[in-house]
Design a protein. Structure first.
Length: 166
């Protein structure tokens, strides 16, 4: 699932993640607030409060795009087994990945000529601006849909950073 995240970096093995958390999100716009609260709580537990603003902005955009552009037009039926949108947060020593799974296999498209005064359409530009890299890939046939991800490079925690020579 994380193969496309390499982009010149050593491979990310999901089993080697120091921390991972995920949550299901309902198919309604209030889910964006749920995703922000989940992100704040998770980053706080991981002592990554200092990167919350950028990560939260990106999570909000990825979830909003999933809800706005990837949901089936016939909506979601009550009691469906698999919620249509899922947020994943995974942390390695020097990297954090935010990934949003949705039911569409359509490519997320960043517009070349963005109208920055427009009410919508800036989401992927913001994701690109605030994360170190982002991308997407289709899920397996059995899972369906796609995963859109954003990667953040983390600063070493002061307690784990090597001591500077004096």
């Amino acid at each position: 699932m994380l193969e496309p995240l390499r982009q010149g970096l050593p491979p990310l093995d999901p089993a080697a993640a120091s921390d991972a958390a995920s949550c299901s999100l309902p198919a309604r716009y209030e889910a964006v607030g749920d995703a922000r609260r989940f992100t704040r709580r998770t980053l706080g537990q991981w002592e990554l409060d200092d990167c919350f603003d950028d990560v939260c902005l990106v999570v909000s955009e990825l979830v909003t795009n999933a809800l706005r552009h990837a949901m089936p037009t016939n909506g979601v039926r009550a009691g469906e087994q698999n919620p249509p949108v899922r947020l994943h947060l995974m942390r390695w020593t020097e990297r954090l990945v935010c990934a949003v799974r949705d039911p569409s296999r359509d490519s997320p498209v960043a517009r070349d000529s963005e109208d920055f005064s427009a009410e919508s359409g800036r989401g992927l530009f913001l994701v690109d601006s605030f994360s170190d890299s982002w991308g997407w890939h289709p899920m397996t046939e059995s899972l369906g849909g796609k995963m859109v991800w954003a990667l953040f490079r983390l600063q070493p925690h002061p307690s784990t950073a090597p001591a500077s020579p004096e």
